[in-house]
Design a protein around this ligand. Sequence first.
Ligand code: PEP
Ligand code: MN
Length: 356
Amino acid sequence: MSFKLVENVKEAKRPFVVAGPCSVESQEQMLDIAQSIAKNSNVKLLRGGIWKPRTRPNSFEGVGGIGLPWLVEAGKTAGLPVATEIANAQHVELALKAGVDVLWIGARTTVNPFAVQEIADAIRGTDIPVMIKNPINPDLNLWIGAFERLAKANVKDLVGIHRGFSVYNHPKYRNAPNWEIPIGLMEKMPEIPIINDPSHICGNRTDLLSIAQKAMDLNFAGLMIETHPNPDKAWSDAEQQITPDNLQELLNQLILRDEVLEEGEVGFLELQRRKISELDDELFQLLQLRMQIAEDIGKYKRENGIVILQSKHWHTIVHKQLAKSNELGLSEEFLRIILDAIHQESINKQNSVMNF
Ligand code: PEP
Ligand code: MN
């Protein structure tokens, strides 16, 4: 019987963990890693890259089709379903023939609608589950488009993987997390579970826990973490891979908070949220009052032939407010953004009064 991914992700105790090496390197490596990670009760899927999209052509580009039986056999021995990355129709065909349980579309492929369409057409008519990594550029619609292409090809078992977004020379991350994008996907496609991939976000071992914790706090369904029997010797992504023991430690350190409060209970969080909601109402009412005054001023300026923008006056206001930054505990940068947005809206209002 074929493996049902979404069903398994939803039924698993959080987090649903996908573990295994960046690349499949040998039969021994795969048997070794599969048996070690299977001891970890959160690990529910064994990953291994067969075809590796590398940035530069002289790095290791994967063992290719020869490694498929190593991956599949290792999974069978350890009692784990297996997943690999596919980037074209031929990969799909070979992976399906070899008995791979789950396919994933890599970040460098999600960016290309032609490639995604080719994959969707090759998968059409099967019931294989597919995980779609976010595109390398922070474009929510492109990610959604990939889900839509697969859904149109009648692929129903779909999961998202958040692996971060390419930024040139980012001081901290290999790929910046831009959390608002996976959150946007949760809002737009709530039926799609999302797995966070801290390995490709961090590009190192030290920050994995903090990213994984954040993903858990944002209620992601699972984690994909690159795991290798001997990470320093890995043929690809050596800096970010961890041993099965490190994986266990990382998962033990995660703090898992509940999604909802017990029925009928009004806890701390709910109360704070209500307060925030009230304050937001008040903020917007104040803004409404402020804009009404701006309109009145607009009318006055129209009647008296005065220009809308009086930059000297505006500078005085900005300086007066920014000087309160410390006292308010709000950054100057933040205050400046708010002031500019309010000012712009006032000008728009006055403009509509002046030129009605
Ligand atoms: C991978 O998972 O090893 C990989 C190549 O990932 P990404 O597509 O996120 O770069
Ligand atoms: Mn990798």
